[in-house]
Design a protein around this ligand. Sequence first.
Ligand SMILES: *[C@@H]1O[C@H](CO)[C@@H](O)[C@H](O)[C@H]1NC(C)=O
Ligand SMILES: *[C@@H]1O[C@H](CO)[C@@H](O)[C@H](O)[C@H]1NC(C)=O
Ligand SMILES: [Cu+2]
Length: 179
Amino acid sequence: MARARARTNSAARVLAMMAVQLWVMLRSVEAATYMVGDATGWTNTANGGASFYSSWASSKTFKVGDILVFNFVSGQHDVSVASESDFSSCGTSNTITFLTTPPVNYTLTTNGIVYFICTHDSHCSQGQKLSVTVGTGSGPTTTPPSSTTSPPPNSSTGSTYVSGGVMFISMAVCLLTMW
Ligand SMILES: *[C@@H]1O[C@H](CO)[C@@H](O)[C@H](O)[C@H]1NC(C)=O
Ligand SMILES: *[C@@H]1O[C@H](CO)[C@@H](O)[C@H](O)[C@H]1NC(C)=O
Ligand SMILES: [Cu+2]
């Protein structure tokens, strides 16, 4: 009796540990949504200027699939996805994407560094600029062949679904072997 009881207890403990581990794995796969500048939003009047956005970004780890939300008043700012040189010089000669309708939800699609500037007046030189390092920071060209190809369009729902399935199956297997 007591032995059977102890066995059930340890089985429950193993199950709980597995569930926690799988939950942690699942969390690391899920895409995150970040409000750029948090409550301050996307503005040229952030306290600290450019260092405001660089310190905002430095406290976070970005990965492919994460979404950046730029909140601003329509017509007062914009989001220009910029080349590195345009980011440095606050120029617009090599703009990659130009987005004007708030909120701008920008999905990070590849590893590497992504540069954002506002092109209104001198907002960029006033510090309205953000660079974000996605993954290790090495671009798609240096990505090893098989491991990290960019995910299919449905990846976030897909991977969540798959992880959920893996969790379910391993828990079922665990239960079965305990019995
Ligand atoms: C952008 O993201 C915000 C915050 O997650 C959400 O409320 C809003 O509906 C999204 N807008 C679009 C156009 O996807
Ligand atoms: C997944 O992709 C299929 C085919 O491209 C599409 O019909 C479906 O709506 C997508 N589902 C989601 C959740 O995006
Ligand atoms: Cu602006």
